[in-house]
Design a protein. Structure first.
Length: 212
């Protein structure tokens, strides 16, 4: 292993090995990540994602998304333009944002692979349960930066990795498509690297604001 896939730092060390999978830890940005040689291929990923049942009309799922939605809505101007990045087969959050009066485009490499969505610029971009899947997080966060207008918000929801001792049995680790695990300090590093403001308004939610 030569470098961290997020910060390109070389201060990395073996972290854990379970279920035939090897994990690494970066001392620079605190990312924990699966050995790149063990990442799933695209066919396996799509098969797993197709099992997800993220129904926009499911009250429980809407309550789950509210943890991100409500703090984001409090920071948006009326009729803002946004992108649901990695929206999946059932773009529930986009539906909720549209109900609140905002215009939302969709992008997902498997289910809404619309290249036009990646040529615009937006007041906000949402990534719910997305960043843990990223094989090249450095490139993806750089792309997200280009999609945001000055002063725009990147809203991320992912289960923060907090307890190394519990990592072996953590449900998030056992998902075969989860390859990157973020801590609060990891998002602090991302914010500093891109010159963004960083807020953590709720559990497992981070709001990153691009400079004006």
């Amino acid at each position: 292993m030569s470098a961290c896939p997020l910060c390109a730092g070389r201060r990395i060390e073996p972290f854990a090995a379970f279920d035939g999978r090897d994990y690494w830890r970066c001392a620079t940005c605190a990312l924990r990540f699966l050995d790149p040689r063990q990442r799933p291929d695209a066919i396996s990923e799509r098969r797993e994602y197709a099992l997800h049942r993220n129904d926009p009309d499911d009250p429980g799922y809407r309550r789950f998304l509210d943890r991100l939605l409500q703090p984001l809505l409090a920071r948006l101007s009326p009729r803002s333009q946004g992108l649901d990045y990695g929206c999946g087969p059932g773009p529930a959050l986009a539906s909720m944002l549209r109900e609140a009066g905002h215009d939302v485009a969709l992008y997902d490499p498997f289910f809404h692979a619309d290249p036009k969505a990646l040529t615009g610029d937006y007041d906000f971009v949402t990534c719910t349960e997305v960043v843990e899947h990223l094989h090249d997080p450095a490139a993806e966060f750089a792309r997200l930066d280009t999609l945001l207008r000055p002063g725009g918000w990147l809203a991320v929801m992912t289960c923060f990795q907090t307890d190394d001792a519990r990592f072996p049995g953590w449900h998030y680790r056992r998902d075969p498509t989860h390859v990157a695990f973020y801590r609060a300090e990891t998002f602090g590093w991302i914010a500093r690297h891109h010159g963004w403001q960083c807020e953590i308004p709720a559990k497992d939610v981070v709001l990153l604001r691009k400079a004006r």
